[in-house]
Design a binder for this molecule. Structure first.
Ligand code: SAM
Length: 334
C-alpha cells in the first residue's frame, strides 16, 4: 500500500502526462519528460508555437498547483516516478532491453552494497547502461538514507531514456552524472568503488571495437552484456566490486568461453545469486546477479557463493538468503 499522498500525486501526474501526450501528439515517454521539465521549471507550463493551447495550459496549471502542495521526499518522488513509468510502459510497450529495473531487484542491490561496504563511507557507483535510471536512483537514494555519501555515474546509448533519468535525478536532487554515449566507446570517468547494471542482453554490432576486449567472440558479433561488464570493471578501483544482472545461463552459452577468458584474467568471480523464478515469465528469461571483484592487494578468490533466492515476497525466504550471504561474507571476504 502506498501512502494516500503518493496515490494523489500519481493521479495528478498521470492526468498531466496524458494532457501533454494528447496536446503535443507525442509518445508517453516524451510527455513524461515534458511534464518533468515543467515541474523542474517551477511548475510552469512550457508553450512553444501556441502548443499546448490556452485551455490545456490552464488545466495543467490547476494540476500542478495541487501537485506542488504535496510534500514528497526524494525516495517518494522516485517511487512515484517508477509507478508512473511502469503504468506507461503497459500502454506503450517498451522492448525488454529498455525496461526499468524493478524496485524489488534494486533493493537487493542496496542490501548487497551495504554488506560489501559496511563502513559509512563515500561511495562512487557506475551504471554503464543506466537507461531510465531506476536501478541507479534506487541504490543511490537508499544508500543515502542509510548514511552513505553516494554519488552515481550513469551511461546510456539512448537519449530518450537518459532524459527520463535526468528529470528524475534532478527532481530528487540526486548526485548523479549522466553520459549519453555507447558504453563501449572511450569513457571519461573517474575510478569508482562499485559498478552495477541491469545489462542489455544481445549482440554488439561493432565487431572492430569489440576486438579490443578479452570477452570478445573469436568470430561474428560479441555479446554486448559480456563486453559492457568488462568495460565497467575497467573503471572500478582495485579490490572494488561489480554487481550485474545477467541471464542465469551466462556461464553456459556458446560465447561463455570468451566471457570466461575475461573472468579468469581480470577479476575474481565471487558469487552468483539466482533470482526467484516468480520474477520471470520463462526459464530462458531467468536472471541472476553476478558478483565479481577486481584483483588487488586486498582481494583473493573466495569460495564462490552460489545462492538461489526462493522468493522476494516471502520475508522468511529473504531472511534465509541474508543469513546465507552474511555467513559466506564473514568466512570469505577480507
Ligand atoms: C535493462 S535496461 C537498464 C534499465 C535501468 N537499470 C533502469 O532501471 O532503468 C538496459 C539499457 O542498456 C542500454 N544500452 C544498450 N546498449 C548499450 C551500450 N552499448 N552502451 C550503453 N548503454 C546501452 C539500453 O539503452 C537500456 O537503457
Amino acid at each position: 500500500m502506498f501512502p494516500e499522498k503518493i496515490e494523489k500525486a500519481f493521479d495528478l501526474m498521470e492526468q498531466a502526462i496524458q494532457l501533454l501526450k494528447g496536446s503535443l501528439d507525442t509518445s508517453f515517454l516524451d510527455a513524461y519528460i515534458e511534464n518533468g521539465e515543467n515541474i523542474l521549471d517551477s511548475y510552469q507550463v512550457r508553450v512553444l508555437d501556441g502548443v499546448p493551447d490556452e485551455q490545456t495550459v490552464q488545466q495543467l496549471e490547476a494540476l500542478y498547483q495541487q501537485l506542488q502542495a504535496i510534500e514528497l521526499t526524494p525516495e517518494e518522488i522516485r517511487r512515484l516516478s517508477q509507478l508512473i513509468l511502469l503504468k506507461g510502459s503497459k500502454t506503450e510497450v517498451l522492448q525488454a532491453n529498455h525496461q526499468l529495473t524493478p524496485d524489488s531487484i534494486g533493493f537487493l542491490f542496496v542490501y548487497l552494497i551495504e554488506q560489501l561496504f559496511n563502513s559509512k563511507q563515500e561511495l562512487k557507483i557506475l551504471d554503464i547502461a543506466s537507461g531510465m535510471g531506476n536501478l541507479l536512483l534506487t541504490v543511490l537514494l537508499n544508500l543515502n538514507l542509510a548514511d552513505y555519501q553516494a554519488q552515481g555515474i550513469g551511461v546510456d546509448i539512448d537519449d530518450t531514456l537518459l532524459a527520463v533519468s535526468a528529470t528524475n535525478n534532478e527532481w530528487t536532487n540526486a548526485a548523479i552524472q549522466l553520459f549519453h554515449q555507447d558504453g563501449l566507446q572511450d569513457l571519461l570517468i573517474e575510478p569508482v568503488d562499485i559498478a552495477i547494471s541491469d545489462l542489455p542482453i544481445g549482440y554488439y554490432p561493432n565487431d572492430e571495437k569489440a576486438q579490443g576486449f578479452d570477452s570478445a567472440a573469436e568470430t561474428g558479433h560479441s555479446y554486448a552484456h559480456h563486453l559492457l561488464m568488462e568495460q565497467a570493471m575497467k573503471f572500478v578501483k582495485p579490490d572494488g566490486y561489480g554487481l550485474f544482472l545477467v541471464p542465469s545461463n551466462i556461464l553456459e552459452t556458446e560465447q561463455s568461453e570468451f566471457f570466461k577468458n575475461w573472468l579468469q584474467k581480470n577479476v575474481y568471480l565471487q558469487g552468483m545469486i539466482q533470482l526467484p523464478d516468480e520474477l520471470f515469465k520463462s526459464e530462458q528469461s531467468r536472471k541472476s546477479i553476478l558478483f565479481v571483484q577486481n584483483k588487488g592487494e586486498a582481494s583473493t578468490q573466495a569460495e564462490v557463493l552460489v545462492a538461489k533466492l526462493g522468493s522476494l515476497k516471502d520475508p522468511a525466504k529473504i531472511t534465509q538468503f541474508f543469513q546465507q550471504f552474511e555467513a559466506w561474507k564473514s568466512s570469505n571476504l577480507k
